[in-house]
Design a protein around this ligand. Structure first.
Ligand code: ZN
Length: 240
């Protein structure tokens, strides 16, 4: 049995919807970005789900606010012993103080930061982010190249940005794709899903049924990758 699913945009908020054999509608707001996901009974349609989401907008915004204010990885101390995710794997951080330019590298299962003495947490984090950006710059071009022929569109330009609420975006007018820097912490299959998702927007700008069908054709397991990317729910609410 296949599961129907849809994307809705409700008052500017992107909502992933899955229709299942369940009695009640569930809404979850997922870390780290506050993605909204709805599990809906099969007898509801997109419009009824949209109304249900609108009724819960205040609650959703409050969950997102709490997520944004919660301690994040970016507020960590950047000291030896901390763990940091690299391509979906937990790596132990080792900070080595030495003269010269800062440098970041993977050494076995350790993530090593070489920094001049007295480098503070913010500068260490900046170094790590520059390294994550370089990792993505290497990983993304082969993915785009692999998928251009399958999607049937070429990517005119792309970039990496820090984004608060999205993993990626596609500029409808220019075709410019943006990818969230945080993807460097996630498994490569999740990055590939976002690349394909944004490339699919070059054919279908909105999260319509046509878009979902296109994704099903291109990448049949995209829902699993999306769920892996979005992790466990922060909170869960249920009503009849
Ligand atoms: Zn999208």
């Amino acid at each position: 049995m296949s599961t129907a699913s849809a994307y809705l945009t409700v008052r500017g908020i992107e909502v992933d919807v899955v229709y299942k054999d369940i009695k009640n509608l569930h809404v979850g707001v997922y870390p780290p970005l506050g993605r909204v996901r709805v599990a809906a009974p099969k007898w509801l349609d997109d419009e009824q789900v949209r109304l249900a989401v609108i009724r819960r907008l205040a609650w959703i915004k409050e969950q997102r606010r709490q997520l944004r204010d919660a301690p994040r990885q970016s507020e960590r101390e950047m000291v030896t012993g901390e763990s940091h995710y690299v391509w979906g794997l937990r790596r132990r951080l080792r900070v080595v103080e030495r003269a010269g330019r800062g440098h970041c590298e993977l050494d076995g299962d350790r993530l090593v930061l070489y920094v001049p003495e007295g480098t503070d947490a913010a500068a260490r984090l900046d170094l790590l982010r520059r390294w994550q950006r370089a990792q993505l710059r290497l990983a993304i071009p082969p993915l785009i190249e692999r998928w251009e022929s399958r999607v049937g569109r070429s990517v005119p330009a792309w970039g990496i940005r820090r984004m608060k609420t999205k993993w990626g975006s596609c500029n409808r007018d220019t075709g410019h794709l943006s990818f969230n820097l945080e993807l460097a912490k996630k498994p490569p299959r999740c990055l590939e899903y976002i690349v394909v998702h944004e490339m699919a927007h070059l054919r279908e700008p909105d999260h319509s049924r046509r878009f979902t069908t296109l994704m099903d054709t291109l990448m049949p397991d995209w829902r699993y990758r999306r769920d892996e990317l979005n992790g466990a729910p922060l909170d869960h609410e249920e009503w009849a």
